[in-house]
Design a protein around this ligand. Structure first.
Ligand SMILES: [Cu+2]
Length: 188
């Protein structure tokens, strides 16, 4: 009787620890997920940064950009720059017209504030022609990848794929949380 009582007590304290741990991780995950769904930060070109010889069409097709996301252009300051331009200037690489903003810090942060398309080029001689141009289309966060996406450098089905990626991230985090809880239970 006494033994079974002790076991019950030990089990219940384990259970309490489990619930406590799980609540902590769930709270932590909620914070992370909320931040993740609200805005994401993308380093243009990932580890390659903003440079010649990189296919930025391929890069931008990997992601589903939503309003509030931030593009970070990283480059050696005097070697490149970032001009936000019109679609026409993006296509012609002629920056004598169609420039809406310029950046040259080498670590430029551009907030994608509207559900529309954005175009960027580097205006150092020959760089735009050599591939230093980027087009991104930005959707509203509430859209499920189709409707509100701006007319479109990237194909519409891209949206669903990237939304799936976000969901996948959340699911992985949830599984990690469950694994940690299980580990806590086994170790105590
Ligand atoms: Cu350049």
């Amino acid at each position: 009787m006494l033994v079974s009582c002790g076991v019950a007590l030990r089990l219940s304290s384990r259970l309490r620890l489990l619930i406590c741990t799980e609540q902590f991780f769930f709270f932590f995950l909620c914070l992370l997920a909320r931040h993740h769904l609200e805005a994401a930060e993308y380093t243009v070109g990932d580890s390659d940064g903003w440079d010649t010889g990189i296919n930025y069409l391929l890069w931008s097709n990997k992601y589903n950009f939503t309003v509030g996301d931030v593009l970070v252009f990283k480059y050696v300051q005097v070697q490149h720059n970032v001009y936000q331009v019109t679609e026409e200037t993006y296509r012609s690489c002629d920056s004598s017209t169609g420039v809406t903003r310029t950046y040259n810090s080498g670590d430029d942060r551009v907030t994608l504030g509207e559900a529309t398309s954005y175009w960027f080029i580097c205006t150092i001689s020959g760089h735009c022609q050599a591939g230093m141009r980027l087009a991104v289309s930005v959707a509203n966060p509430s859209s499920d990848g189709g409707g509100a996406t701006a007319a479109a450098p990237s194909p519409p089905e891209q949206g669903n794929g990237a939304a799936g990626g976000r969901m996948g991230w959340w699911w992985k985090a949830w599984m990690l949380c469950l694994s940690l809880c299980l580990l806590t239970l086994l170790n105590c």
